[in-house]
Design a protein. Structure first.
Length: 738
């Protein structure tokens, strides 16, 4: 038999908090009605903690509605907190998720209830056109913003109207500009050539798709009052607001008032949302339609296919979120074409000033970056919406994304904690967000990155990372690449070993024995599809010949590019049992950061997922050889190829290769130390399974593309090609296919 729902009552800052545990079904509804009816408190704003509720029935919803109605009669109401996904879904399906204030935590619910308790009581007013219930919102301030041509997100615009187009600045954006109405919940645009069809972007998408603004007005901040208007017969909404402002705005010196309104109408469409501004004739604004008082009116409206509810939560954005859905939105109409209304909820703004919209935007300064894109400004503004200014300095490195150190100041001028910004293609960034959730925050904690926020704008997306470690906001971060070049080899090797044996140990220390498809999973053609053409153009190596002439070793080797073209497809379906583990996927010296106390931080997780357990070690080996060494003569190239032949002479993963090099470059010896370290770590990660082929194939994946890298010299590319040929020879010898 199911356990009855338990109800515990506590008080947070004077707000009653009812903590429910169990199933909120018909039997529990009876208990709920009895206990809430007997609760004696002068507070009229209550919080219901749903964290322990696994089921909510229709009778449970009825009890909540009854309590909300009872409290609302006393100018109060409920805040529902910590709803489980199933309970939240029940409210959404019942179209009641907008009926209550809903908060993710009890603490936030108590904060919302306390804020509501501070509101002034409602005042009943009867005007010549309707009855009005007016609630002044104490301490509320707002600003009227004028927007000139720019591209930005609806979140920056706030509640606004004007001329523009969706999708950001393009060659035809100016000519396509039409009337728009925008809120943080939806954007509606009636383009000049749209033949009366309004285009909409709703919900989260409205924060991603940019608006190319030609001109606009926006209301920013909090409304001064909320009005509930009703009449027995329909009435002109804007004339009623013109009259009521004389009472609501009594004592105000403002020559302007703004509004956002949700209304039920008696026209072709049963509802509408409207926003606009009304101003005295002597205000320095463009002229509009005349109101009875002589004020001018400008704005825009969107019709609704459904009659909007008038008993929703009192916050503007909560109401819009529930009442303006893609199914309910109709089309843009001029204010002069709006039908008379029968009921309306109106949020009235009394702006303290008129300013340029750009004045409120985050001030973005980019130092030493020639490839900055204008659309990235919108991403930074969303990532740092809590700040007044941010200065970005490039952290060079990264193949598909750009990384920046960020120094930001909040709106009070205080410097915030150190952060790093990464901007890249949307799909890459989405993969990184998912990888952070699945593999970083759950496993490597503070040695990874904490994602403080992500934002998208068109084809680009950005991440705001936090690096704290133990040093706080004064941490100084450098790539491991810089340390590799500047510090003694022993110190560098100690850092590199810590990356694998301590920082990323939670990944590598939990390998799984399962089927892997090495040739399919490690093909370099996924990222470098024109590899064959590049090899022929840069090195003159034809993929049609199976042989590779190697005068550096006075021998002929297998042609690695022929092997890639012919052998990889034949072997793509081959699988073997081998260890897999969570691997970074693109680990190199420019995505490991080191602070002044040698704390290590790993970033760039867009390719992170379970794969061949030796992948990261094999990925790092070409970095140490081909990026950190540069042969300046053919004779030095010969020495490096001989060095490489010795590295590839082993036949098992646990064998230490000999060091064979008679040149003078100290970074060759450093590379040797690094390579032997990497292979030891790989041997540990595979629980001392010594099969070398999985390492060789993973190594080939990042050796082939060296021919692509424009910043590397032709000799280095030749060195990499010889290395790939030696690996192919070793694979054939180990597999007995020589």
């Amino acid at each position: 038999m199911p356990t009855p729902m338990d109800i515990a009552v506590s008080f947070g800052a004077g707000v009653p908090v009812l903590t429910l545990t169990g199933r909120f079904d018909g039997a529990a509804a009876v208990i709920f009605d009895e206990q809430t009816g007997a609760l004696e408190t002068g507070a009229v704003h209550w919080v219901i903690d749903f964290a322990g509720v696994s089921y909510l029935s229709s009778l449970g919803i009825r009890s909540l509605v009854a309590l909300e109605t009872r409290l609302k009669a006393r100018d109060g109401g409920l805040v529902l907190a910590a709803l489980a996904p199933l309970v939240r879904r029940v409210l959404e399906v019942s179209r009641l998720d907008g009926f209550w204030k809903i908060e993710p935590t009890v603490d936030q619910g108590v904060g919302k209830a306390r804020a509501a308790a501070l509101l002034a009581p409602a005042v009943e007013v009867v005007s010549s056109r309707c009855r009005a219930r007016i609630r002044r919102l104490t301490g509320a301030e707002s600003t009227l913003e004028r927007w000139t041509p720019t591209t930005l997100s609806p979140g920056d615009l706030g509640v606004s109207f004007g001329l523009g187009s969706l999708g950001g600045a393009t060659a035809g954006a100016a000519s396509a500009a039409g009337q728009f109405v925008s809120t943080p919940q939806f954007t509606a645009v009636l383009a000049a050539e749209a033949d009366g069809i309004t285009d909409f972007v709703v919900g989260e998408a409205s924060q991603i798709v940019p608006i190319n603004v030609a001109s606009a007005w926006g209301l920013s901040g909090a409304p001064a009052a909320m009005l509930e208007l009703e009449a027995a017969s329909s009435f002109p909404l804007f004339d009623a607001l013109d009259e009521l402002f004389e009472r609501v705005g009594a004592g105000s010196a403002s020559a302007v008032f703004g509004f956002a309104a949700l209304a039920q109408t008696n026209g072709t469409h049963p509802g509408m949302f409207a926003t606009g501004i009304a101003f005295d004739p002597d205000a320095p604004l463009e002229r509009g339609a005349l109101l009875p008082s002589g004020r001018h009116l400008v704005g825009g409206a969107v019709t609704l296919h459904r009659k909007p509810g008038m008993d929703a939560a009192t916050e503007l954005h909560d109401v819009l979120r529930s009442q303006t859905t893609l199914e309910s939105l109709g089309g843009i109409v001029a204010l002069s074409a709006c039908a008379p209304v029968t009921r309306a909820l109106v949020w009235l703004f009394v702006p303290r000033e008129i300013r340029s919209g750009a004045a409120k935007l985050l001030q973005v300064t980019v130092e030493g970056e020639d490839n900055w894109r204008p659309e990235w400004d919108a991403i930074i503004r969303r990532l740092y919406a809590d700040c007044r200014s941010v200065t970005l300095t490039p952290l060079h490195g990264g193949f598909m994304s750009s990384t920046f150190k960020a120094v930001a100041y909040d709106h009070d001028g205080r410097r915030t904690l150190p952060t790093v910004v990464k901007i890249g293609p949307t799909d890459v960034t989405r993969r990184e967000v998912a990888a952070n959730q699945n593999y970083v925050s759950r496993f490597i904690l503070n040695n990874g990155t904490t994602v403080l926020g992500d934002a998208e704008h068109g084809e680009w997306a950005g991440l705001r990372y936090n690096f704290l470690g133990i040093n706080g906001p004064d941490s100084r971060l450098l790539w491991l690449y810089d340390h590799y070049q500047q510090r003694p080899a022993a110190e560098v090797m100690a850092l590199l070993e810590r990356v694998f044996t301590r920082v990323l140990k939670p990944w590598y220390a939990q390998p799984k024995w399962e089927q892997v498809f090495l040739y399919r999973d490690h093909t370099p053609l996924r990222l470098f599809p024109s590899l064959f053409e590049t090899a022929e153009q840069v090195l003159g190596i034809s993929v049609d010949s199976p042989d590779f002439d190697c005068p550096e070793l006075r021998t002929t080797l297998p042609n690695p590019f022929w092997f890639l073209k012919h052998e990889y497809p034949k072997r793509a379906a081959e699988s073997r049992l081998w260890y897999t583990a969570v691997c970074h996927g693109d680990l190199n010296l420019r995505n490991i950061l080191v602070d002044e106390r040698d704390n290590l931080y790993v970033i760039d997780f867009s390719e992170t997922r379970p794969r061949n357990a030796v992948s990261d070690f094999a990925r790092m080996e070409p970095v140490l050889k081909f990026e950190m060494i540069n042969p300046e003569s053919d004779d030095e190239l010969r020495r490096l190829v001989e060095f490489e032949e010795a590295l590839m002479s082993v036949t098992a993963l646990d064998q230490t290769p000999p060091f064979r090099y008679d040149g003078a470059d100290p970074f060759v010896a450093r590379a040797y130390e690094g390579v032997t370290l990497l292979r030891r770590c790989a041997d540990r990660a595979t629980l001392f399974e010594t099969d070398l082929v999985p390492y060789w194939i993973a190594l080939l994946e990042w050796t082939y593309p060296v021919v692509y890298y424009r910043q590397l010299s032709p000799r280095l590319k030749r060195y990499a090609a010889c290395s790939a040929a030696l690996i192919c020879r070793s694979i054939r010898q180990i597999e007995g296919r020589a």
